[in-house]
Ligand binder design. Sequence first.
Ligand SMILES: [Zn+2]
Length: 381
Amino acid sequence: MRSFTFHPGPRLIAGDGEAASIADRLPPGPCLFVTDQSLVALGLTDSCREALEASGRETVLFERVEADPSKDTLLACTEAGRAAGVTSVVGFGGGSPMDVAKLTAYLLGSGDELDDIWGVEKATGQKLPLILIPTTAGTGSEATPISVITCEGGVKLAVNARALTADWTVLDPGLTVGLPRHVTAATGIDAIVHAVEAYTSARLKNPISDALAQEALRLLSGNLLTACNEPGNIDARSAMLLGAHLAGLAFSNAPVAGVHALAYPLGGIHHLPHGVSNALMLRHVMAHNLESARELYAELAEIVEPDCAGQGSQARAAVLVDRLDKLVTNSGIATRLRDYDIPADDVPMLAREAMRQERLLVNNPCPISEEDARRLYKAAW
Ligand SMILES: [Zn+2]
């Protein structure tokens, strides 16, 4: 057997209505509840917060997490928790509240300084008890030990350390039925990119991350359009939530690569939603990788299009690129950079910024130079 290491994610509870069961799994004492204003306004946090209050805990609500959360937001959240002397943290929402919750739980528990722990495995202290509850089927943030924060100048920095892994995650599909179509589409495509990039990751992929990525792609590609077209379809929502979680487990072991590296500047500088940024670059980066990743793309093609099984690997790899591109289009996401008012003149700057994502580029099946990146952004424009 070839040597490999696999890190399991948090303990998991899944089921409709399970979000209200979290109180039993937290220590006594005040709990910091990290979320965003829209989820509070929609009433989605009600059952969870009521369960916490009913258990006799004071709940300290921090609802000021924005998309692409900033360092200032993270530090304000940490300060709110410290001032209230919280003993646990709950992250509730999409990737942004969960990323803030993970780092807040770590900073409060360890006493470490944020600027000392950027990067891989620099955070080695003890976090506060942490539960993560996703309300989108996308980022997989509930499964990963990674937290991405937007710092000065729009640069995204990440903390990636096992110490950030949640103690529990709750997959409650009922929380996702109200998602608007464009959010369902963008977050679902993000999850699909996680599965594909984990399966083709140049480093650290292993038989378990492969199995997770394959099953994630099966669930996600088979249910995305149903979830978009029938938002109340709880079976499709459940499959998407589970698929996004499995993809998160896969890429927290076999990290994401070129699509994410080229997507990040679009989010950091132009504030496109993370899933949209990935959708814009997916086809072009896959075309760039086609030769190096041919066999792996061919294996994945049979999951999205079983009929192609008899074809050669080149044809099957092309089928995967084509089917995923059709999924993006049919989900309703506009597919060109110009559709989002990104000027063509920005291409050189975007390419330069993408080169800063060294931690992701090293995982791509083949190198992406700055010149390649310029060509790929131009193709996407
Ligand atoms: Zn992503």
